[in-house]
Design a protein around this ligand. Structure first.
Ligand SMILES: Nc1ncnc2c1ncn2[C@@H]1O[C@H](COP(=O)(O)OP(=O)(O)O)[C@@H](O)[C@H]1O
Ligand SMILES: [Mg+2]
Length: 266
């Protein structure tokens, strides 16, 4: 199958987050992120907690609390920052959030069909759709009874993550951003979820931005590119060997260097 070549390009991105207290100044989090993700490529962004990884994913997805102050994000040359959240989804961007939201009163099956209708531009034919969802649920070991439950309500951490990957398989985006998809999963769930991501890569030839704190998931999903993310920017990029180094030595070499750079810059 030949797929079009899609490119997500992030250039010198700076962003800040609004604080809960509306009178407080927003905090600068992203400090110059440069990253290009193409169809068929898998990039892992790895960094300590609080380094701004989720902020990057929200900035790409268009979360209203995260304000881009400078730099650019484009998808196939189109200005993503000019697009509404829906337009970004329709353009082929997908975000699996670190903390998926619960939507009481909306069943999973309704939610999925509405999302598929929005991204595909027309409602999927009901008979095909039922079959499609059933197969996708089966592959992810999701009990079909889940279709009738409210979106993520009362789901365990692992069930929420499976639901995110179910959406990925059904919505078939061009570029998928997976924020800590491994957190809270036991080994069996991790294997199932990783298999879902790998199928998406093979079938859709999609680009994947895998955001993670731990190297564990990289045993199942193999990235060609690994980026170390500290203090709101990528401080080093390399291949899988960089993840091996992080597994062995942790982030200290990078956090220490970033702290020194900050002091010198001040
Ligand atoms: N809504 C928010 N209000 C205040 N501070 C925030 C908010 N979101 C993120 N931050 C702060 O921004 C920094 C980066 O957060 P985040 O992007 O979640 O990092 P990561 O995903 O790498 O753990 C942290 O110091 C966090 O406390
Ligand atoms: Mg995070």
């Amino acid at each position: 199958m030949s797929s079009p070549q899609n490119v997500l390009e992030i250039k010198d991105l700076h962003a800040r987050v609004a604080q809960t207290d509306a009178n407080a100044e927003p905090i600068d989090i992203l400090k110059g992120v440069n990253l290009t993700v193409r169809s068929g490529e898998t990039h892992a962004i790895m960094g300590p907690n609080g380094s701004g990884k989720s902020t990057l994913s929200y900035a790409i997805a268009g979360h209203p609390k995260y304000e881009v102050t400078s730099g650019s994000i484009t998808l196939n040359g189109e200005d993503v920052l000019e697009m509404s959240v829906d337009e970004r989804a329709r353009a082929g961007l997908f975000l699996a959030m670190q903390y998926p939201v619960e939507v009481p009163g909306v069943s999973m099956s309704n939610f999925l069909r509405t999302a598929a209708t929005a991204t595909r531009g027309e409602a999927p034919k009901l008979r095909h759709w039922v079959k499609e969802v059933k197969e996708a649920m089966n592959e992810l070991d999701i009990d079909p009874a889940f279709g009738e439950r409210s979106v993520n309500e009362g789901f365990s951490g692992g069930e929420k993550k499976r639901h995110e990957i179910l959406q990925l398989g059904l919505l078939k985006p061009q570029i998928a951003i997976l924020d800590e998809t491994d957190s809270g999963l036991d080994v069996d769930a991790l294997r199932v979820v990783s298999e879902g991501v790998n199928q998406y890569r093979e079938r859709e030839h999609g680009g994947v931005l895998l955001i993670t704190h731990y190297t564990r998931i990289l045993r199942y999903i193999k990235p060609e590119h690994v980026h170390v993310f500290v203090g709101g920017r990528i401080v080093e990029s390399g291949g899988p060997e960089l993840a091996d180094e992080l597994e062995a030595n942790g982030y200290e070499r990078f956090t220490a260097a970033a702290a020194t750079a900050d002091t010198q810059g001040a």
